[in-house]
Design a protein around this ligand. Structure first.
Ligand SMILES: [Zn+2]
Ligand SMILES: [Zn+2]
Length: 357
């Protein structure tokens, strides 16, 4: 490339994705919690994925763009402003908002809370705001498949990844404790949803990985900086009745959905190359458009002092068999996917020679 030309960032990311020999369709993911009114950050999340999807389609790849609605996350505070299904902003005091239902439902997953708009008939708070996100994508002409985390749990799709995280909970503790000072010794990377009150609780005391169950006490959680009380129920939940904490749920999405690329801010990720772990997170385009492709340990780094560790993994041969934490070292050199397939990639030049129209 001559010095007078500039490479379009999405082509640079597409180069990285191609270099990872992805299977088709190439899967590009974004995702947000359906916590409230869609905003420009959601637009950014959709469009950054779309630009890379289009760059890969120009090169002849089949691409599936997915967007996860992280709708099993808990409502942590009552939002002051909501939006109707027609994108009309409504304040909390507006009589179209069912404010009392919101207050009663702190600590519950978005999909376990009624639609907050009076007279609106979505199945839940989560469905209401996912609908707005989906409509926003349609208005932009972005062809994207929405995946509900709640459905991924309820269908059992997340169960293998959840079992892996629970089977390796000692390793989960060890990795987290490297970065956080308050990880309890009996840390369990799972939050159960109370069968009695519907709130999430992280007070999980027994784990039976083979049976796929956990014993829990509904002892409340901290939401929005204040304590939400639990109801005290002691019971057993299956792995479909709860959720992974986000730092495990995120790589669970990668392995379950076979993600090849996901854009996110570099404040969320610090990649360390450590091939001993034999793990393979997807390609990521960081906020400053620096592209990082690392096969190794992923350390999620949040703004400020606190650092969280997580290990994402993906089997080089079979999706879904990868481990999330402390993957065993691979035996022998990692096979190159697609090494025996037809040559691909640079056969067709980019439509615009590298610059977006
Ligand atoms: Zn609605
Ligand atoms: Zn409860």
């Amino acid at each position: 490339m001559s010095e007078n030309q500039h490479e379009f960032w999405a082509d640079a990311v597409a180069d990285e994705v191609e270099a990872s020999d992805p299977e088709e369709p190439v899967v590009i993911k974004g995702g947000v919690s359906p916590s409230g009114v869609p905003h420009v950050g959601h637009l950014n999340e959709l469009l950054r994925g779309w630009f890379v999807a289009e760059a890969l389609r120009d090169r002849g790849y089949k691409v599936r763009q997915v967007f996860t609605s992280d709708d099993r996350d808990a409502l942590r505070k009552v939002p002051r402003r909501l939006a109707t299904s027609e994108f009309e902003l409504v304040e909390l005091g507006d009589d179209r908002v069912n404010a009392s239902a919101l207050g009663r439902n702190l600590g519950k997953p978005y999909t376990s809370i009624p639609d907050p708009i009076e007279g609106c008939d979505h199945d839940s708070y989560g469905d209401h705001f996912t609908h707005l996100l989906h409509r926003s994508a349609n208005l932009l002409g972005v062809d994207v498949d929405f995946e509900s985390n709640t459905e991924l749990y309820e269908s059992g799709a997340f169960e293998p990844a959840t079992q892996t995280a629970l089977a390796q909970r000692d390793a989960a503790h060890e990795v987290l404790a490297e970065y956080q000072s308050d990880v309890p010794d009996d840390y369990v990377p799972f939050m159960a949803q109370c069968a009695e009150c519907g709130r999430l609780t992280d007070d999980v005391r027994e784990v039976d990985v083979d049976a796929g169950t956990v014993g829990y006490v509904c002892s409340g959680l901290t939401a929005g900086g204040r304590e939400v009380e639990g109801c005290g129920t002691e019971a057993t939940a299956t792995l479909r009745e709860g959720k992974l904490p986000w730092r495990f749920e995120w790589p669970a999405q990668w392995v379950t959905l076979g993600v090849d690329f996901e854009p996110f801010g570099k404040d969320h990720a610090e990649w360390r190359r450590d091939r001993r772990d034999g793990v393979r997170p997807p390609v990521t385009g960081a906020d400053d458009l620096r592209v990082v492709h690392a096969r190794g340990r992923a350390t999620l780094l949040l703004r400020g002092e606190r650092r969280y560790g997580a290990r994402a993994a993906r089997s080089p041969r079979a999706r879904g068999r990868a481990v999330l934490l402390r993957a065993q070292p691979p035996k022998g050199p990692r096979p190159r996917r697609g090494a025996t397939g037809p040559a691909r990639g640079r056969l067709r030049p980019s439509r615009t020679g590298g610059a977006w129209p």
